[in-house]
Design a protein around this ligand. Structure first.
Ligand code: THU
Length: 145
């Protein structure tokens, strides 16, 4: 049952602490490492709107700050009519720090959607491009004739 899932509960706890005075949209996120450690975060807005930190990036940063990588599961919660879809910046962060993760999106009504980081960000930009080696889908590249 999703409601009893510790990762879901951690995400809702963080959601309750969201700082969203401008948008009014509270978001919570929690990430789980392969050895079962959980880290949560909420969105943190700013009067200079563009400086806003999303819940997913906050949660990922909490894990990294404690020396944890290898994230296998992510939960994102919000009181929205449909489960909240992570923004593009957060998808990029997920690809960097949780590329093999299962991602569960959940709303207050208990409606949920299951996805993966890879499904959320096809044709991702990543370190392979920086190193001049392969990108995430280099195998599908065609050469112009
Ligand atoms: N928000 C998140 O926390 N995560 C997302 O993936 C989408 C957007 C937050 C940022 C802002 O505080 C509010 O939702 C409205 O955009």
């Amino acid at each position: 049952m999703l409601r009893d899932d510790a990762l879901v509960q951690a995400a809702w706890q963080a959601w309750a602490n969201a700082y969203a005075p401008y948008s009014g949209l509270a978001v919570g996120a929690a990430v789980e490492t392969a050895d079962g450690q959980i880290f949560a975060g909420c969105n943190v807005e700013n009067a200079s709107y563009g400086l806003t930190l999303c819940a997913e990036r906050n949660a990922l940063a909490q894990a990294v700050a404690r020396g944890q990588r290898g994230i296998c599961r992510v939960v994102v919660v919000a009181d929205t009519t449909q489960p909240l879809a992570p923004c593009g910046a957060c998808r990029q962060w997920l690809w960097e720090l949780a590329p093999a993760a299962e991602v569960i999106l959940l709303n207050r009504q208990g409606e949920w959607r299951r996805s993966t980081t890879a499904e959320l960000l096809p044709l991702a930009f990543d370190r392979g491009h920086l190193l001049g080696k392969t990108g995430s889908e280099a195998g599908n590249t065609q050469r112009a004739t």
